[in-house]
Design a protein around this ligand. Structure first.
Ligand code: EPU
Length: 364
């Protein structure tokens, strides 16, 4: 395999779905484990901060860009293993650089169940375990069997089984306790041959109401359709799709905070939306809070605003800077906290440092 190519001053905006942000001082696209190791050695030898880039679908890059090395993982391959695991599932080893939706579409077309509700999500496979990607009633933690990583502590390649990944709502050890320690190389998914689709999410159930139970392909199409209605499917030319998806997480509250929120809602003659998945985790809809704090869909001015289809997505309406997004983010957080007593946390990853309204959270 050829040696890796180190590029300099590469604009990062075009590598993100937000289309925002400055350049990477150094940039490497790694197509193999060897390249990843070389790139890590390069960063180490020059004492450069390292940022690992996947599909760029969940990022807000600062206007100053990244001062060190951006390592884009481009390891390809969807490799189906022969035989079944102990629960009758088939294993797929998937390169971290593969397009996630390509993997989902292949799985569905070959009638493997387990990821059909995760259709139409932008980004690459390597990002899926990091934030435990979830949508429409499924989470990748249910089908990930193991994750192959480089451990930056000792530069060894390791296979981490799902149990040690610490999966939770939009989190894992990769973005919490062990953040910055591992680089994801490949993910092994365990899918059920000829399995039934998961139709539990209200939006999906409603879609199929009064119809025959759907197959996997129909479920995939329905999810893509619902995502498109919410501006959560990347459609070239749709101004609402220049975003990082949900900008905030749905807050998970304590019993006490939840009661307090219900009281605040009641005082305004409102009722919190209720779904089993919300109730069991004391989770509340961030979109609901945003919309009831004076930020309607379509809110905004000039270059940055809220999607006209979904209150949780901040969109770049053309030429927006990270500082613009940051200002709107601050405004939303402030108002929501003032009215509802709940602090919204970004779901998107903020990359780089920036002298913006109140500074940028530094990643890595
Ligand atoms: N809800 C349920 N069950 C249902 C319907 C809704 O629990 O049957 C909950 C949702 O979990 C959410 C709220 O009700 O808390 C509002 O539902 P909506 O479908 O509008 O979802 P959302 O909060 O806007 C979340 C994810 C999306 C994901 C959708 C669909 C986050 C931050 N966002 O969005 O993920 O596609 O649910 O499941 O958790 C992303 O992470 O970037 C993202 C787009």
């Amino acid at each position: 395999m050829n040696s890796m190519l180190v590029q300099e001053n590469i604009p990062l905006a075009p590598l993100t779905t937000f289309d925002i942000g400055g350049p990477a001082r150094y940039f490497v696209e790694a197509k193999s484990i060897g390249h990843v190791q070389e790139a890590v050695a390069f960063a180490r030898s020059r004492d450069l901060p390292l940022f690992v880039l996947g599909g760029g679908s969940n990022l807000l890059v600062s206007d100053e860009g990244w001062p060190g090395l951006v390592l884009k993982i481009a390891i390809q391959g969807i490799d189906q293993r022969a035989g079944l695991d102990e629960s009758g599932r088939v294993l797929f080893h998937v390169g971290a650089g593969e397009c996630w939706d390509k993997f989902v579409s292949r799985a569905v077309a070959s009638r493997y169940a387990g990821v059909e509700c995760l259709s139409g999500i932008p980004g690459s496979v390597g990002g899926t375990p990091v934030q435990n990607v979830g949508a429409y009633g499924q989470e990748v933690s249910e089908t990930i069997s193991s994750v192959q990583v480089i451990d930056l502590k000792d530069n060894q390649v390791r296979e981490l089984c799902a149990e040690v990944c610490g999966f939770g709502y939009r989190c894992s050890i990769f973005n919490t306790s062990e953040r910055g320690r591992f680089i994801v190389l490949r993910v092994t998914y365990a899918l059920t041959p000829d399995g039934a689709p998961r139709v539990t999410y209200t939006d999906l159930k409603r879609h199929f109401e009064g119809r025959e139970p759907p197959n996997l392909a129909e479920t995939r199409e329905a999810v893509r359709h619902i995502r498109a209605l919410k501006g959560m499917l990347i459609v070239p030319g749709d101004p609402d799709s220049k975003s990082a998806g949900s900008f905030f997480k749905n807050p998970v509250l304590s019993e006490e905070q939840h009661e307090d929120l219900k009281c605040r809602a009641a005082a305004r003659g409102l009722t919190l939306p209720s779904y089993p998945a919300l109730e069991t985790r004391k989770k509340v809809s961030a979109a609901w809070l945003v919309e009831r704090s004076g930020f309607a869909r379509g809110f905004g001015f000039g270059r940055v605003g809220i999607s006209s289809k979904h209150a949780l997505a901040i969109v770049n309406r053309g030429g927006a800077t990270a500082a613009d997004v940051f200002a709107l983010k601050d405004q939303i957080q402030h108002r929501v906290e003032e009215i509802w007593g709940v602090r919204l946390e970004p779901e998107a990853v903020l990359v780089g440092t920036q002298t913006a309204p109140d500074g940028f959270a530094k990643t890595t």
